[in-house]
Design a protein around this ligand. Sequence first.
Ligand code: ASP
Length: 329
Amino acid sequence: MGRVTVFTLGGTISARGGDAARLTGAEVLAGLGAVGTEAELRDFRRLPSSSLSVEDVAALADEVRATVAAGSGVVVVQGTDTLEETAFLLDLLCPTTEPVVVTGAMRRPDLPGADGPANLAAAVAVATDPACRDLGVLVVLADEIHAARHVRKTHTTSVATFASPGAGPIGSVVEGEARILLRPATPSTVCSLRLDPRIRVALLTLSLGDRGELLDAVDSRYDGLVVAAFGAGHVPTWLVEPLEELARRIPVVLASRTGAGTTLSHTYRGPGSEHDVLHRGLIPAGPLDPVKARLLLHTLLSSGAAGEAGYDRPRITAAFTHLTGTGLA
Ligand code: ASP
C-alpha cells in the first residue's frame, strides 16, 4: 500500500449538525479507524464547498503538486456541491502519476446511513493502489471511480449523485479494493497550466426567448464567455451576430445546457445552428459540460492564451480539441 496525504476542506462530510460548525480534519479522519492513523493530514479549509474560491483551489493545486512530487497519493475531502469543479481543476493543474482522489459525503456524520466513512475509506483505497496511477484525477463516491473530466453531481440528495453521463464510471471499489475497467483516452493536462484568480470567465445559460441583455453585460467585464446553448449547440438567430461580434474580442466557447452528450459541428447548418456559430468564431466545448468548459477556458487564459493583442484562438481550440477529441468540421 502506498503513502497517502488527506486534505480536508469542509462540506457535509465534516458538518456538525445543520449549522456552519465543522469537524476538524482529524475528526473526519477518525472515521477511518486504523487506516486514518497512517494517513498524513492537511486540515486545509473548513468551508461549505459553495464558498470555496478559485484562490482556494489554486492554493490546493500547489500543495497537491508538491505532495505527489514527493511520492504520496492524495485524497481531497470536500463538500459535494462544487466537488466536480475542484476535481477537474486539479486534473488540469496537477500532472501526476500518483493517484489524486476527490471525495465527500451526501449525509452528515450524525444522520443514519452517513456515507462519509465509506467514501473516505474507498478514496484512500484508490489513492494508495499502484493500479490507480496515471489515470488523472479521480472522484470516488458510492464505491464508484469516475474520471474528473466526465463526472457531475446529478442529484440534490441521493448518495449515488455522482455520475459520468456519456462515459460511465471507469471502475469501482469492491471488497475494499479498486477495480479499474477503463482508462481515459488522453491525459487532461494540455500544457503547463496555472490559475490566475483575476481572470473572469462568464457562464451564460440560454433559455427560451433570451434577448441577450446578459450578453451585453459580458462584453466589457469579462475575459471569456461560455455559452450553455440549446441542444447540440444552437442559439437564437438574433444572438448570432452579437456572439460573433463578442468572439472577435474575447474567446466564446459553445457548450450544451443539456447535461450529457457532445456539441455537434455540422449536422445543422441554418442561422443559429452549431455550424453557423462555429464558423463565426465560437469554440466548441465538445463533450465538456459548461461548468468544466469555463474552468478550462479560465486556465488557458491564465496561462498565456490572452494578451494585449486579443486571444490565441488556435491555441484555445487546440486545447479543447485535445481534451475532448472533437473539432470543427
Ligand atoms: N452543501 C454541502 C457542500 O458542498 C453539500 C455536501 O457537502 O454534500 O459543502
